[in-house]
Every structure is written in structure tokens, then in C-alpha cells.
Design a protein around this ligand. Structure first.
Ligand code: ATP
Length: 346
């Protein structure tokens, strides 16, 4: 049972007077995996480092199971952190890397052996104890780094882009493995990534961060289907954001128009490529095909609206379209935003 509570935490770096994290609050429930997702510089790592004790908050409170840990040094916290560069001790074998922290805690040798062997099994490295770290692949080293954190049985696991240095295939495999281990141990986890696939596939909830603040916190499917702001809409998945004007219930941008039952004024339409339907049109076209890419299972059309606004449309049969063709388009699912907030959803 471990609950992490972050309340109004702020971090201002004196150098450059940067507000990296700005009155940020989040509760992570027992056994939950929450991903911090956001563009570079949005404050994800700084926030995670404050929870791990590697950075001092300028203000705010961090508690684990009700205990104030805001100003405790890392070794006094019940947290385990896995970094992007795993910082293993290359002059030691795997067993010693894992045993080190347990020895510091004066755990008896036979218990150390039992715990190290169990956690190596857990991360799929049973029998690797005597291997030197530099005799392992990148993926295996990252598993050792995870094991080194887990063997100390932290209440909260903190992961800072742990797969960033690995190739795509390995990243996907490790993602599944880590999620599996996290669920088996039911360990409360905070995970930093700027990979949206990673966040969508692993997280119970995603926090989308922007400029040190929360833009939206929700389940992955909600973040994807119901982004609350144009920023989230544009950040998660491929999204067409079309800026235009609404007059008398009709949205217009260049030759494209669509019903939009909101008051007159500016609006941004957000439409996923898969929610648009294209039809070849010899007359009255709303746009022109710029490029067609065939992915085998489907195609993607880059389309220029009549004022050259470029949008992406997913098509089931890419061979029906050619560059230069005029087309009309219809949208089946749309969200509209004004002043940074949702004003309409269909
Ligand atoms: N030690 C530091 N001194 C001064 N500014 C810093 C320091 N560390 C981070 N920053 C600044 O704080 C802001 C947030 O940085 P942070 O590394 O937390 O972002 P991030 O979202 O993790 O980015 P990335 O995805 O690139 O790792 C950035 O503007 C960064 O330049």
C-alpha cells in the first residue's frame, strides 16, 4: 500500500531564473502507473528528480503514505529510481551491482543472495549474477538497472526515460516486460517519457505536462479520444488542427466548411486522420492531394486545403488517389476549441 502525493510543488532554477515546475499537484494511487508525458523542457525530469530527492523543491510538499519526504536525501526515501543512462558499476558483476545497496542496509548475506536471485529471475536474468555488466547487451543492462532498484523494495518506483537509448524493437519488448513486472509487484510507479506510444501503452493514467504545469490528467484512451486542449490534441497521436471561423453555425477555412453549432467567432477544429473521408471531385473541390503514402494496411494522403493548409487523411484504399487530384472531404468525429478549451465535441 503506497500512495504518492505531490502538492503544489514548484522548482525555480536560479540559473536563468527558469520555472521548471510550477505549482504542480498529483496523487498517484497504490499500485498505479502514471506517465509524465510532455515536450522537451516541460519539467518532467525535474519533477521526477524532486520525488527521488535529487533536486530540492523551491516550494510545495511531497508525501509517501502520508510521510513528508520533501526534503529527505535520496537514500532516506522509500523510492527507487531508474535513469536513462543506467549508471551501473561496470567494474562489478551483476550480483554485486544488486547486492551493494542491500549491504549498505546491513542485510544478512544469505538474505541478500535470496533477494538478488529472486529479482534477477523477475527481470528475466536468472543465472546472470556472475556476468560483468559490460558483457551484457543494452537491454540486459537496463534490466539490471531496474533490478537494482527493485531489489531494495521501494514503495515508489521512478523511471526516467529508461528505454530511450534502446532500439525500437527492444523498447517495445521492455515496455511490456516492465508493465508486467509492475503489475505483478503492484508497485506504485511514476514514469517519465516523451514517447506517446510508451505512455499510451503502459500507463494507467497520463499527465500531459506543458511549461511545468499539468495540461490534462486522464486515462490513456480519454487523453486520445477527448483531449481537453488544442495542445493535448496536437501532442497525442496525429491530429489535424484547422484554424478557422464560425459564422451562423458553420465553420469555414478556405474551401472547407463544416457544421459547428457554437457561437460565432474563431475556432480550431481537431480531426484525426482516420475521422476524415475523401472523395475524388472534379468540381467544387475543397482541397488537392499533395502526396499519397501506401503503408500496406492503409494509406495516408497529405492534402492541401485551398489556402495550402496541409492536413493528413487516412484512406483504406490509397490507390484511388493521385497527387494533384481535387477532392472533397467529410469529417465524422470532431472536437472544436476556442481560447484553449473545448467548445464542442461530436
Ligand atoms: N540544473 C538546471 N539548471 C537550470 N535550468 C534547468 C536545470 N535543469 C533543468 N532546467 C530547465 O528546466 C526546464 C525543465 O527541464 P526538464 O529537464 O525537467 O524537462 P523535461 O520535460 O524532462 O525535458 P526532456 O524531455 O528534454 O528531458 C527546462 O527549461 C530546463 O532547461
Amino acid at each position: 500500500m503506497s500512495v504518492l502525493k505531490i502538492s503544489d510543488v514548484t522548482k525555480v532554477f536560479a540559473a536563468g531564473n527558469v520555472v521548471a515546475v510550477d505549482t504542480f499537484s498529483l496523487d498517484v494511487a497504490d499500485g498505479e502507473l502514471v506517465c509524465l508525458l510532455g515536450p522537451s523542457g516541460s519539467g518532467k525530469s525535474t519533477l521526477l528528480r524532486m520525488v527521488g530527492g535529487f533536486e530540492r523543491p523551491t516550494g510545495g510538499l511531497i508525501t509517501i503514505d502520508g510521510e513528508d519526504i520533501t526534503h529527505l536525501p535520496p537514500e532516506k526515501r522509500p523510492t527507487g529510481m531508474v535513469f536513462q543512462s543506467h549508471a551501473l558499476w561496470t567494474h562489478m558483476n551483476v550480483f554485486k551491482n544488486l547486492a551493494f545497496g542491500l549491504k549498505l542496509r546491513r542485510i544478512p548475506a544469505d538474505e541478500i543472495k535470496r533477494r538478488v536471485e529472486a529479482v534477477l529471475e523477475l527481470v528475466g536474468l536468472g543465472g546472470y549474477g556472475t556476468r560483468h555488466v559490460n558483457q551484457l547487451s543494452g537491454g540486459q543492462q537496463q534490466r539490471v538497472a531496474l533490478a537494482r532498484s527493485l531489489v531494495l523494495e521501494p514503495k515508489i518506483l521512478l523511471l526516467d526515460e529508461p528505454f530511450a537509448s534502446l532500439d525500437q524493437h527492444l523498447r517495445e519488448r521492455l515496455r511490456e516486460e516492465v508493465r508486467d513486472i509492475q503489475q505483478r509487484l503492484k508497485i506504485t510507479t511514476l514514469f517519465v517519457t516523451h514517447g506517446q506510444d510508451e505512455a499510451l501503452s503502459m500507463a494507467d493514467r497520463i499527465v500531459v505536462m506543458r511549461d511545468g504545469k499539468t495540461e490534462q490528467v486522464d486515462r490513456p484512451d480519454i487523453i486520445y479520444r477527448e483531449p481537453q486542449t488544442p495542445f493535448v490534441a496536437g501532442f497525442i497521436g496525429t491530429m489535424n488542427l484547422i484554424e478557422g471561423t464560425v459564422a451562423n453555425g458553420t465553420f469555414t477555412r478556405a474551401g472547407y466548411s463544416a457544421p459547428l453549432p457554437v457561437s460565432d467567432g474563431p475556432a480550431i477544429l481537431a480531426i484525426r486522420p482516420e475521422a476524415l473521408e475523401l472523395t475524388v471531385a472534379s468540381e467544387g473541390s475543397q482541397g488537392k492531394v499533395h502526396r499519397v503514402t501506401d503503408y500496406g494496411t492503409h494509406g495516408l494522403v497529405d492534402l492541401d486545403l485551398n489556402d495550402a493548409t496541409r492536413i493528413k487523411v487516412m484512406v483504406p484504399h490509397p490507390d484511388l488517389f493521385k497527387a494533384g487530384q481535387g477532392v472533397t472531404l467529410a469529417a465524422t468525429a470532431v472536437a472544436a476549441y476556442r481560447d484553449g478549451a473545448v467548445i464542442h465535441r461530436t
